[in-house]
Design a binder for this molecule. Sequence first.
Ligand code: ADP
Ligand code: MG
Length: 342
Amino acid sequence: MGLFGMAGKDIGVDLGTANVLVTIKGKGIVLREPSVVAVNKLNGEIVATGQDAKEMLGRTPENIKAIKPMMNGAIADLNATSMMIKNMMHKVSKEYNVGKPRFVVGVPSGITEVEERAVEEAFFQCGAREINLISEPVASAIGAGLNIFSTSGKMIVDIGGGTTEVAVISYGEIVSSTSIKVAGNAIDKAIADYLKRTQKFNIGLSTAEYLKIQIGCAKPLVADITEEIKGSNTETGLPMSLVISSKQINEAIQDCINEIVEAVINTLAVTPPDLVSDIMENGIYLAGGGALIRNIDNLIAEKTGVQTFIADEPLDCVAIGTGKSLENIQKYRKVFLNNKSR
Ligand code: ADP
Ligand code: MG
């Protein structure tokens, strides 16, 4: 192994509330797993992470609990987060010879110092020689292809699982931002609540997510689409199946969608006027899985009067952004939150 191999790979990580993505310089995205950990309640041991753990959510045997440690955009459970990081990095290092890697890790913009230290420690325990944290909206903007170093203001709206982050970036810095806890998870819950209320129909959150992805829309569709799903009757408890329309899902998620639009409008309201006029020119960019909700771009454009674009590969923007920063680390160093070496 040459010197280069000894030094280890450059690895980018998106520590999202719904999904963790890992990218290796020169290889692209090598891991994509739900941010879920399954733990044995009796001895605290980790039973599974990622997809395997997600399948246990809502149907776990008694002595196992499945947790989403990044649930609300902050780290709800430090210990579980650190176990998740180690477990996922273990999966990566089983397949790739990563040596002692240098990491760039996208973290929620609201992360506390204690959480930062915990994330860094987890990566050092995975053999990191260097770790750099980057704020998620900044990584997302880089991944969406925006030139964050230009002085011209750019707006990125990242609609993830736990949070929607709206940020205006100019000259590599976040000038104004809003973070709300209304995003994919809240939308799933709104769908389940709506069907319970209006149809006496009980469904789990993963079925609600399925409906959102298949037929969800932020504005009614020109041609309504439907999907048949299974659940149970709230009164009799008996199984039933029902055909649900995109119009119903649109109604169900209206309040959540409005809050997201409000967050965009409120951020524009506190942004210096010169940067607002830049955004008028440059447009608003949507990233995160929520950017894929049908018509959300049209709705935001209509409510703000600013043309709105969905980033290519919205689910991958943060991971791609961390990867791009590793390709030219000298240039991007100034946007990292911190840098630690061991
Ligand atoms: P995070 O960064 O918080 O981990 P992601 O950007 O990975 O979140 O997005 C996850 C969210 O996006 C989930 O709530 C998921 O249901 C939602 N999502 C994924 N694909 C779609 C789609 N095609 N339409 C609507 N929502 C989607
Ligand atoms: Mg994200």
